[in-house]
Write a protein that binds this ligand. Structure first.
Ligand SMILES: Nc1ncnc2c1ncn2[C@@H]1O[C@H](COP(=O)(O)OP(=O)(O)OP(=O)(O)O)[C@@H](O)[C@H]1O
Length: 249
């Protein structure tokens, strides 16, 4: 399933500052239903702040966020998640005293459903991310790659229409990245899920993105296809030219 053309998320003139620092400055963005948007830029460019504003963790100082045609600016993360826009975190914080399945079921409860359906749905998601064999083991026993999958499973349990992924590949070795990329592609193809993902690994950005947004110092430096932005001299100067050599590894 490719982008339908219908806009699902609109960010208009969003600004956010922390004391004197402008973390976001006049950011505009439109995302189509079913689109996969990569978000790149140097450290401190404002990528995570943009996700935080979109998902309600931070209220913007200026501008507006619309999701599914509704103004959600400043709405709580919980309300936005219930409406179908869900994010993953770079730092995974599972409940250590619970099993993998219980952690996922807890997230699934956000979408109020009968207990039997909740359990079945949670198990489906655990299997989909490849953690079936770990379902009844303690979440803290998981290695890094497993924790990443658990984080993804918790987000998927909430049945997102829009899923925001913050460096979901960080900490994974190349062989562990492939199945995650396949899963993300399948989410769009099979479920029509819209994906926004912050990523420093350019090979993943090139492979997955329909479009790439480049942030630099809180502003949109460029937006376009991966081929367009990676050949843009401003992007090369601000980001790609000085990128650490993890681009393809
Ligand atoms: N809660 C906060 N309080 C103060 N400054 C903050 C806060 N959150 C972010 N910043 C600052 O805002 C700027 C943008 O940070 P942000 O985390 O959004 O960048 P990023 O593009 O996600 O960077 P990275 O790639 O390193 O994760 C940075 O200068 C950062 O130090």
């Amino acid at each position: 399933m490719s982008p339908s053309g219908e806009t699902v998320l609109t960010v208009s003139g969003v600004g956010k500052h922390f004391r004197g620092l402008r973390a976001l400055d006049g950011v505009d963005l439109r995302v189509a239903e079913g689109e996969i948007l990569g978000v790149i830029g140097p450290n401190g460019a404002g990528k995570t702040t943009l996700f935080n504003v979109v998902c309600g963790a931070l209220a913007p100082d200026e501008g507006r966020v619309e999701f599914g045609g509704r103004d959600v600016t400043g709405a709580s993360p919980d309300r936005i998640a219930r409406a179908g826009m869900v994010r993953t975190f770079q730092l995974m914080r599972p409940f250590g005293s619970m099993t993998v399945l219980e952690n996922v079921a807890l997230a699934a409860q956000h979408r109020r459903q009968p207990p039997h359906r909740l359990r079945a749905r949670s198990m489906d998601v655990v299997e989909r991310v490849g953690l079936g064999e770990w379902a009844h083991r303690g979440a803290t026993e998981l290695p890094t790659a497993g924790l990443k999958r658990l984080e993804l499973a918790r987000a998927l349990a909430m049945r997102p229409r829009v899923l925001l992924l913050d460096e979901v590949l960080a900490g994974l070795v190349p062989a562990e990245r492939e199945p995650v990329l396949d899963l993300l592609a399948a989410l769009r193809e099979e479920d029509g899920t819209t994906l926004l993902f912050i990523e420093h690994i350019m090979a993943a950005v090139m492979r997955l993105s329909d479009r790439v947004l480049v942030l630099d110092q809180g502003r949109v430096l460029a937006a376009g296809t991966a081929a367009e932005v990676t050949s843009d001299p401003r992007v090369i100067e601000a980001y790609l030219g000085e990128e650490p050599d993890d681009a393809g590894d």
